[in-house]
Design a protein around this ligand. Structure first.
Ligand code: WQD
Length: 337
């Protein structure tokens, strides 16, 4: 069975390609290489021994999307990662985000809705919950007004998919990621942030490597036990495996609704200081950090209720925060060697 993975050379995309291949799926990757390198194909091959098909293509190009689906008329499913994801950049340049994340989705769905059957997996985000009232966050927690154009593209994306699923044979799973971190245990693939990392874990590993002087901890006056924000950090390999399970559920027609939503997290919240200390433990290195003011737009805490994913998908995380940090650290050392 052939599965299309857009953004398949990116961080979560590449790990998902590996898990798909491990489960016997044939994979066609679409990527425009705007935030990924062709070397990732070799990384994937070194893990699975299988080269995925690759099409260098931009999913914002409607004509290209049309000819792609003509050429690959036999695809069984599509996992759509290709999108921009930097919150700050989306505030600076909202139209770039609406073009990248919405136009591409529309073009893909225009092709899928003509098919007699289409299985679609969408990368959504816990950002749709904003600051949820109750922890852990369940899938039926209210969607809050978006905190950024990036967050808005995820909310609008979910709505577009739901509207299309109502009037077509498109069946979809929306996966709301919490905070994906880590790398494949082989260190053949991992995260490659462009420029100065905005996310906590890549900033930590780059600081430990000496590329950054110190980590700024954004606020220690939050109403949490140690005053720093709490997030749900999930190992990217666990996250990747959930995509394969969700896809299989659609293929097996086990889905109960045209569109199903699942939180993908560990269910455990960790504060920024806890992450720093866990990193120091696994790396045996002291991490230089200082407390600075709060970062605009940060929620106080967000961690997942994983019961629905555990029960309905039959999936649960297997890897710990320490294992995720260890793999991120091993990856950072490998790419700098
Ligand atoms: C985690 C915690 C920071 C950097 C974002 C997106 C979300 C998602 C994942 C996208 C926060 C603190 C961070 C630093 C720090 N999806 N921090 N110093 O903000 O939870 O989520 O990424 O792809 O939609 O919003 O993740 O890793 O940026 O921050 O103290 O240098 O670490 O304040 O509490 P976040 P993050």
């Amino acid at each position: 069975m052939k599965i299309v993975v857009t953004g398949g050379l990116g961080f979560i995309g590449s790990h998902t390609v590996v898990e798909l291949q491990n489960q016997g799926f044939e994979v066609v990757i679409i990527d425009n290489l705007s935030n990924a390198s062709l070397d990732v194909l070799d990384g994937i091959f070194s893990i699975t021994g299988k080269k995925p098909e690759f099409e260098k293509m931009d999913v914002r190009d409607k004509a290209a999307v049309q000819s792609f689906f003509k050429k690959y008329s036999d695809v069984t499913g599509i996992i759509h990662f290709a999108a921009s994801k930097a919150v700050g950049e989306s505030v600076e340049n909202p139209l770039l985000y609406y073009e990248n994340n919405i136009n591409s989705l529309v073009y893909i769905l225009q092709e899928l809705q003509q098919k007699p059957e289409a299985h679609f997996i969408f990368s959504s985000s816990c950002t749709v919950y904003g600051q949820a009232k109750n922890m852990p966050i369940t899938e039926d927690a209210p969607i809050q007004p978006p905190m950024s154009p990036y967050g808005n593209t995820k909310q609008i994306g979910e709505e577009i998919i739901s509207d299309v699923a109502k009037i077509s044979n498109v069946k979809a799973v929306l996966l709301r990621y919490f905070n994906p971190i880590g790398a494949h245990e082989s260190s053949a693939i991992g995260e490659l942030p462009l420029g100065v990392p905005q996310n906590l874990v890549p900033f930590i590993t780059q600081t430990a490597m000496g590329l950054r002087n110190e980590l700024s901890v954004f606020g220690n006056d939050y109403p949490t036990p140690d005053g720093t924000c709490i997030r749900d950090y999930i190992h990217v390999v666990d996250l990747a495996k959930a995509h394969v399970v969700a896809l299989q559920r659609l293929i097996d027609k086990k889905n109960l609704e045209n569109v199903e939503v699942f939180n993908l997290g560990t269910g455990k919240g960790s504060s920024v200081l806890e992450v720093i200390h866990a990193f120091e433990k696994v790396s045996q290195k002291k991490l230089p950090y200082k407390i600075v003011g709060r970062r605009e737009g940060d929620v106080i805490e967000a961690y997942a209720d994983t019961e629905k994913a555990n029960k309905v998908l039959g999936w649960k995380t297997e890897l710990s925060l320490e294992q995720a940090l260890e793999s991120a650290w091993k990856w950072e050392r490998k790419i700098r060697s």
